[in-house]
Every structure is written in structure tokens, then in C-alpha cells.
Design a binder for this molecule. Structure first.
Ligand code: PMP
Length: 389
């Protein structure tokens, strides 16, 4: 007979209803979610194959077509955060031995290089100093020299606050037989993107930044060209969880629907609302709102003598703003004071920029004048407390 075991009560989940403080998230993400998006998450669950839920998935695909500006049928939400989209892109587009040129302008390029090596890519990493972007000429030279299978660029490099221009690259990539892969985690909905007109082949993004959703869904897009490459593979992607043939088959890309995994049903409700909000406001209005608030932030910061980390105007990402920490200023004390006094998150640097910069996100639902003004108050107060203003 089986021995009777005694219950161990030494570890128990805390009893009672969860409580969380209310904070204004003006760092590089997540941003605060729109209340309508949060409300959608409280709706009753549906089964992940129930027709009303499949209809919501169709609405997500269609909403993403607008948000990415594409006619491709291959749009969906990868179940997972931006990293899941990143891994899905590399795992599906790259076959072992393929050459991948990775534009490393900060930690997101660095991660894509690491990830690509794990999928046995022959990685050519190109770098720029922190706070700079790749010129068209450099990318052209690199593409012509290597004729890679994939070129990776990060449109909004949140570790440095740079915006990578994609102008003209789609045409070049077509000449060299290269698929153009772009990270838009920090930029989608905040800055212009025209997937089809710019000849982009694959995009992954995030739910918790300019789209004002909760973390956990990664907007994803593949062009016809990218899909052809996936169909031509000699071996299936080394990941089952992120195999886009299998996920696409759940999303109806190939005319039927097969179970692959249980969609995060409530997160998808939230993203359905997020994309409805994008459509209601309109992309041009969203981009203009982000631009206007970026200027409002910098007018205020400059009046305090603060300077941008990114030297060139045209290289500056408007959604994640990077600010030089002046000589002798304790950056961490400013961050701590913002949280303690204003319940406001602003962030320090990431990777090589730690200690050198602050990062202020102005994204989605949080992109409002009163929030920018509160950030400015927090900087003014933080600097005054150190006798630096
Ligand atoms: N790429 C960029 C540019 C990001 O800013 C982030 C998140 N900070 C990611 C990728 C990764 O996204 P996640 O944290 O949602 O996995």
C-alpha cells in the first residue's frame, strides 16, 4: 500500500485579494494600458477554437494589416512577449548555415545576433557607436558584399534611443535576395511604418508599448517572399512552439484551422481593443501625437540644460527618449525621487548606456501632455534636490 504522506503547509500562496500600487510608467516599457484594454481582459473566457474567438483572431489579423500597412495575409499575434516574436522571426527565416547580417546598434541587435547563432546562422554583425544608426551607404555596401539571407535592423533601439531609417532598403534587399527583418517593439504605432511600401519582409513587435496593451502578445508579419522562403526550407524550424507553419495553421493562414497551442484568450481580447483604438484614432493622428509630445518633452528638458544622448535630430527615436546624465549628477537619485515622490517611472540606461543616460518613454495611452509635464516636474525636482538647478 502507498504510504500516507503529510501535507506541507510551510509554503502557501498569500491569502486575500491582490493589491498593486498605481504607477505612471514613463520608462521604456511597459506603458500603462488603456482602461478599455484592461476592461476587455475581464470578459468571460472562450475556448481557443470557438468560432466567436476565431472571429476575434481574424479581427486581430486585419487590425495588424492596418497597423503594419500591409496587404499580406500573414499577420498574427505570436503568443508571448517581444522576445517570442524575435525568436519566431529568426527560427523561421533562418536555415542552418544561412548568412544573417545583424545591425547591432544596441542591446536588441546584440540579442538577435546571439539568437541567430543559436539557430546556426552564419552571423555578420555590423556595429555603430551607441547613439548612432546605420547609413544607407553602409548597409548597401554590406548587403552587396555578403548577399545575406536576412538583414536585421531595429527600427526603435530602446537601449540607446535611436530610430533606424529603413528608406530604400527594401529595394536593395530584393536585389541581393535578402529578407528584411525589422524589430518594431518600441516603435509600432508611435512612428511611421509602411511594411509593403518599404519592402519589409518580417516584423515583430510588442503589445505593451505604443499599442497600450498588457505584455504577452507579439504583433507579427511576414511578406509573401518570407513565406516562400519558409515553404522552401529543407528542414523545419528547430522550434515547435514558434513554428510559423503550425501557428499560421491555427490562425487560418492556409485555409483551415488546427490546434497548435491554447491562445492567451484574455490577452487577445485586450489586443483586439488595442487595435480597435489604433483604428479609431488613425495611424497618422497617433504618429503626430507621439511627435508633438516628444517636442514638448525636449522643450522642457532643454530649458533645464539637459541634452539628448543621440546627437543627430534625424536619428532620435521619439517614443523612447534618451537624455545625457550631466557631470556630477546622481542619475539613480533622480529616478528614485520620481518614483518615491510622484509614483512615476523613468529609467536609467541599459547595457552599455547604464549610468550615462536616462530613458523616458512616451508611448500609447501615456502619450499625453499632462504625463510629459509630470516627467518634467520630476526632473526639475530631482535636479534641484541635488543643487543642480
Ligand atoms: N526589442 C525592443 C526594441 C525592446 O524595447 C524590447 C523590450 N524592451 C524587446 C525587443 C523585447 O520585448 P519583450 O520584453 O516584450 O520580450
Amino acid at each position: 500500500a502507498e504510504e500516507i504522506a503529510t501535507i506541507d503547509n510551510s509554503h502557501r500562496a498569500p491569502a486575500g485579494v491582490i493589491e498593486v500600487p498605481s504607477r505612471l510608467l514613463m520608462g521604456p516599457g511597459p506603458a500603462n494600458a488603456h482602461p478599455r484594454i484592461l476592461a476587455a481582459q475581464t470578459l468571460p473566457l472562450l475556448g481557443h477554437m470557438h468560432p466567436p474567438f476565431l472571429k476575434i483572431m481574424d479581427e486581430l489579423s486585419e487590425g495588424l494589416r492596418y497597423t503594419f500597412q500591409t496587404n499580406s495575409k500573414y499577420t498574427l499575434m505570436v503568443s508571448g512577449t517581444g522576445h517570442a516574436g524575435m525568436e519566431a522571426a529568426i527560427a523561421n527565416l533562418v536555415e542552418p548555415g544561412d548568412k544573417v547580417v545583424v545591425g547591432n546598434a544596441g542591446i536588441w541587435g546584440e540579442r538577435v545576433a546571439i539568437l541567430s547563432r543559436r539557430y546556426q546562422a552564419d552571423v555578420v554583425e555590423i556595429k555603430v557607436p551607441s547613439g548612432q544608426t546605420f547609413s544607407y551607404e553602409t548597409l548597401k555596401r554590406t548587403l552587396l558584399e555578403h548577399k545575406p539571407a536576412v538583414l536585421f535592423l531595429c527600427q526603435g533601439e530602446s537601449s540607446t534611443g535611436t530610430h533606424q531609417s529603413l528608406a530604400g532598403l527594401g529595394d536593395l534587399c530584393r536585389q541581393t535576395g535578402t529578407l528584411l527583418l525589422v524589430d518594431t517593439v518600441c516603435s509600432l504605432g508611435g512612428v511611421p511604418l509602411f511594411a509593403d511600401q518599404w519592402g519589409v519582409d518580417c516584423i515583430y513587435s510588442g503589445s505593451q508599448k505604443c499599442l497600450s496593451g498588457p505584455p504577452g502578445a507579439s504583433p507579427f508579419f511576414m511578406s509573401e517572399r518570407a513565406m516562400e522562403k519558409l515553404q522552401r526550407r529543407k528542414t523545419p524550424p528547430a522550434t515547435y512552439n514558434l513554428d510559423m507553419n503550425l501557428i499560421g495553421d491555427y490562425w487560418g493562414w492556409f485555409g483551415k484551422r488546427s490546434y497548435h497551442h491554447t491562445a492567451p484568450v484574455s490577452t487577445f481580447y485586450a489586443m483586439r481593443e488595442a487595435l480597435a483604438l489604433v483604428a479609431e484614432e488613425g495611424l497618422e493622428a497617433m504618429w503626430a501625437r507621439h511627435q508633438e509630445l516628444h517636442h514638448r518633452l525636449w522643450d522642457g528638458l532643454r530649458s533645464m540644460g539637459l541634452k539628448p544622448f543621440v546627437e543627430k535630430d534625424e536619428d532620435r527615436l521619439i517614443t523612447v527618449n534618451t537624455i545625457k546624465v550631466p557631470e556630477g549628477v546622481d542619475w539613480a537619485a533622480v529616478v528614485k525621487n520620481a518614483m518615491d515622490t510622484y509614483s512615476l517611472e523613468i529609467a536609467g540606461g541599459l547595457g552599455p548606456t547604464v549610468g550615462k543616460i536616462w530613458r523616458v518613454g512616451i508611448m500609447g495611452f501615456n502619450a499625453k501632455p499632462q504625463n510629459v509635464d509630470l516627467v518634467l516636474d520630476a526632473f526639475r525636482d530631482g535636479l534641484k534636490r541635488q543643487g543642480k538647478l
